[in-house]
Design a protein around this ligand. Structure first.
Ligand code: SF4
Ligand code: SF4
Length: 189
């Protein structure tokens, strides 16, 4: 069964196939996508500044070229005794993702593989809606992200420090960019 919840940049998809993923015991979470500048701004809009700073301090999040990367770690794939260990996202627990969807990237919230999209032919209409929503939302995110990168390279030519002041600058710049964009608004935090 497929699920699509449309909430602008906070939209989410889901598939019942993910609980028994045919590709990996930890599903897509073996390869966590980075948190881009737009992801970070969205998290900040959801009161995530202290969470981001704490995750940076604990090195579960680490600065990368255009955002933060999520550390991978080797851990058990399920709570069963003797379950195999797998290298996967540090936020992946024995029953799936351990963080709120407001702390995840848009990619984590929206991505569904072709196996899941095509598993049930009766749900092809929902699959089509998911494809459309994914393309539209990702395109908005990329366009907005390019504006943030441009502004960041001017404001922080040496690279961003990813500290509290930078996060305040980022959320302000994101809000300014949204005013002149047609990007759908965030859901209320
Ligand atoms: S989207 Fe596909 S690859 Fe990812 S967890 Fe679900 S079934 Fe597995
Ligand atoms: S943040 Fe959550 S959904 Fe995204 S890769 Fe990590 S465990 Fe998976």
């Amino acid at each position: 069964m497929l699920r699509l919840t449309l909430l602008g940049a906070d939209s989410q998809t889901g598939s019942s196939l993910c609980a028994k993923c045919p590709h990996s015991a930890a599903g897509c979470c073996v390869a966590p996508p980075p948190l881009t500048l737009t992801d970070l701004a969205r998290i900040l809009k959801h009161d995530g500044r202290e969470w981001l700073l704490a995750e940076l301090a604990s090195k579960r999040l680490e600065p990368s070229a255009r955002g933060l990367s999520i550390r991978r770690t080797k851990a058990r794939v399920s709570g069963e005794r003797g379950a195999p260990r797998l290298t996967k996202c540090v936020f992946h627990g024995v029953t799936g993702c351990t963080i709120e969807h407001t702390r995840r990237s848009v990619t984590c919230n929206m991505y569904i593989c072709e196996s899941a999209l095509t598993e049930d032919k009766a749900e092809s209409a929902v699959a089509g809606d998911i494809r459309d929503a994914h393309a539209r939302i990702m395109s908005d995110q990329v366009r907005l992200g390019e504006r943030l990168i441009e502004a960041m390279s001017k404001a922080y030519p040496e690279g961003p420090p990813y500290d509290a002041a930078f996060f305040d600058w980022l959320v302000f710049t994101y809000e300014q960019a949204l005013i002149t964009e047609t990007v759908p608004p965030l859901s209320p935090s």
